[in-house]
Design a binder for this molecule. Structure first.
Ligand code: FAD
Length: 360
């Protein structure tokens, strides 16, 4: 299937916080673009978050440009944020097309071709804003396939009631593991395992240097390493909602087990735990498989970005192809980061188009 002949200035892939911010700024710059999003409706990954995650539970959602974020409260985040994004798309007349799942971005000389099934768009630049939610990561442990109980990932979390009466092993040391334990430990018996000792932080103490932490994530993408989550360098905190689970001992972690058996897990020292459920809160990987034809991945498995030492969250340009921007990737993988990166990416697109014209 051939692509349309009239090339766009940019195709944005993904309509989460990062994609919407990018589209807003591209529109302000007068750049001709579309936003292709795989979902049926607005909301990015937020529409798939579990029902018990309320606006009081989220860590904090940054404003969109000219679009103040909804406040806190007991309403479900998977309702409030999709509604906010939908209003935002309409108010700013953003050119979102859905559902379109991009399957490949190909190099076509001076242009790029973005493919989705039988459809294709030609464009001068691509801004990738696909997040991570569609690529849940589950590590492999010996014996995993022999487990007779239930295994699920954060993306499948059905709410704490599902686990009542079952013994639940939660794997992972990030914010999701902490939140899910905070709920599940109130209704049933839990065991927590993490690869390394969690870094507990008191974010209210003022000692924490968030900029420096995000700088560590930026260093990895500059070096072409797979990005780590921002939480992996900021550490985690127990909030009011998790205090009761903490009192019940839910956060007394054990180190990672060595193998999985039909009825539980076993550590290298021979000790074991019998469990009914393994809940893998083991994170996500960037959803960038459709960029594979461009050959941007380094042998280390990441995509190298050009980073500046002054504003690491504005690192968006692929070092090996400046026609491609990545937002919500590496140091910008948070709502505030996605927002800033959206502006930086739109400006980088504008620069790229000017450079193109100069060459031509
Ligand atoms: P997403 O919101 O994931 O949007 C990506 C969009 O791209 C989706 O609509 C997806 O369907 C689409 N897409 C993916 N692949 C394709 C494709 N091939 N073709 C077309 N479309 C595609 N951050 C915070 O700052 N505060 C929080 O409180 C917070 N809570 C979190 C809670 C959980 C459980 C998790 C997992 C993350 C949380 N984060 C939080 C991180 C946060 O989700 C992200 O930083 C931010 O919302 C991601 O925005 P995004 O635009 O990068 O991606």
């Amino acid at each position: 299937m051939s692509a349309s002949t009239d090339p766009l200035d940019a195709v944005v892939v993904g309509a989460g916080q990062a994609g919407l911010s990018t589209s807003y700024h591209l529109s302000r710059l007068g750049l001709d673009h579309v936003v292709l999003d795989a979902e049926q409706g607005p909301g990015g990954a937020w529409q798939h978050r579990w029902d018990s995650l309320t606006m009081d539970d989220v860590h904090g959602v940054a404003d969109l440009p000219d679009g103040p974020a909804p406040g806190r409260g007991g309403e479900r985040a998977n309702v409030v944020i999709p509604r906010w994004f939908g209003d935002y798309e309409r108010r700013h007349d953003l050119p979102v097309v859905r559902p379109v799942r991009v399957t490949a971005v190909e190099d076509d000389g001076d242009l790029l071709v973005v493919r989705a099934g039988g459809r294709a768009w030609t464009t001068r630049t691509v801004v990738n804003a696909t997040g991570t939610w569609s690529r849940p990561f589950v590590p492999h442990y010996p014996g995993q396939e022999t487990f007779r109980g239930e295994q699920l990932h954060t993306v499948d979390y059905p709410g704490a009631e599902h686990f009542r009466g079952k013994r639940v092993l939660v794997v992972g040391g990030g914010a999701s593991a902490v939140q899910l334990l905070g709920e599940i430990a109130l209704v049933t018996d839990t065991v927590w395992v993490t690869r390394s000792e969690p870094v507990w932080r008191d974010f209210s103490s003022g000692e924490f240097d968030g900029r420096a932490a995000i700088g560590l994530v930026a260093d990895r993408v500059r070096d072409g390493l797979p990005p780590r989550s921002v939480v992996s360098v900021t550490g985690i905190a127990l909030r009011e909602q998790e205090q009761e689970a903490a009192r019940r001992g839910a956060y007394d972690r054990r180190p990672m087990f060595a193998r999985i058996e039909p009825h539980g897990v076993r550590w290298a020292d021979g000790s074991s735990e019998t469990v009914d459920v393994i809940l893998w809160a083991t994170g996500f990987r960037p959803a960038v498989g459709h960029l594979a034809p461009l050959g941007l991945r380094t042998p280390h498995g990441g995509i190298r970005l050009l980073t500046s030492s002054t504003d690491v969250q504005s690192a968006t340009t692929a070092a090996d192809d400046p026609r491609v921007q990545l937002v919500g990737y590496g140091p910008s993988a948070s709502t505030i980061g996605g927002n800033r990166a959206g502006r930086a990416a739109a400006l980088a697109v504008q620069r790229q188009l000017r450079d193109d014209t100069r060459v031509a």
